[in-house]
Design a protein around this ligand. Structure first.
Ligand SMILES: Nc1ncnc2c1ncn2[C@@H]1O[C@H](COP(=O)(O)OP(=O)(O)OP(=O)(O)O)[C@@H](O)[C@H]1O
Length: 240
């Protein structure tokens, strides 16, 4: 579903934060990507979601090379990836109600009416009451806002979900609820998942395998310039 091949990316060409990193997520597979703060996980997540153009390397979605990044990304590819960010307040337009926020991708793709019922269905799935849907981001808690952001990411039925520290700001019960929503969606749709985070225990429970970010960094493994995480010795299998 997702192939990142020798990706070099960052914010300064002379000192990229991600260097020649390769990672693949198979159809329906859940891969966890672990790494310390600042190592470039979010940058890589945004590259995977076609929101950040890498300096070098290839991104393939469902076998097809990315046709562009940011506003140049073809709609079909852009909408095949659902992205949940770490900080919902930075990812939510403060002028929108929660209902408008969830429905935004439908309006952006001209499918507002068609997907209206799905907005309500997803709101229920993530545990938002009709009353909460009428509120603006500043009138709800971080956990409630993140629930809306998860519903928004699922609205267009993406084949790949990228969750960038989705639960970092949440308590245990909200974390469990949102992981369950994502898992139910994946079970029903067959979607793949790239979950980025710090929490090894959570990622090992949640994902089919977990990859350590530095292990896929060629600077640490000069003999394996594009080590495959699926065969990496630091790849851990799912815990029961
Ligand atoms: N817009 C930006 N402009 C310049 N530098 C940036 C920008 N965004 C991130 N960086 C830098 O790039 C590096 C990697 O950041 P990134 O957010 O990808 O790391 P991360 O592994 O996701 O960190 P965390 O776990 O703390 O979220 C950091 O040194 C960060 O300061």
């Amino acid at each position: 579903m997702l192939e990142l091949e020798r990706i070099t990316a960052g914010y300064d060409r002379r000192a990229p934060v991600v260097r020649e990193l390769s990672l693949a997520v198979a159809d329906g597979e859940a891969v966890g990507l672990l790494g310390p703060s600042g190592c470039g996980k979010s940058t890589l997540a945004r590259v995977a979601a076609l929101l950040h153009r890498p300096y070098a390397g290839t991104v393939r979605l469902a076998g097809r090379p990315a046709g562009g990044f940011r506003f140049r990304a073809p709609r079909e590819q852009r909408t095949s990836v659902g992205l949940v960010f770490q900080q919902p307040r930075l990812a939510a337009d403060p002028r929108m109600t929660l209902r408008q926020l969830i429905a935004a991708p439908a309006h952006a793709t001209g499918r507002g009416e068609e997907l209206s019922a799905r907005v309500d269905e997803l709101a229920t799935d993530v545990g938002l009451t009709p009353e909460l849907l009428t509120r603006h981001p500043h009138q709800v808690s971080d956990g409630q806002l993140q629930r809306a952001c998860v519903a928004r990411a699922l609205l267009l039925r993406p084949a790949l979900l990228v969750c960038d520290e989705m639960t970092a700001m949440l308590d245990a019960s909200t974390t469990a609820a949102l992981v369950a929503v994502v898992e139910e969606y994946r079970a029903a749709s067959g979607a793949a998942l790239l979950a980025v985070g710090h929490d090894r225990v959570l990622l090992r429970r949640w994902c089919d395998r977990v990859v350590d970010f530095p292990a896929v960094h060629p600077k640490r493994s000069e003999t394996a310039p594009t080590s495959s995480p699926s065969t990496s010795s630091t790849t851990e299998a799912k815990t029961s």
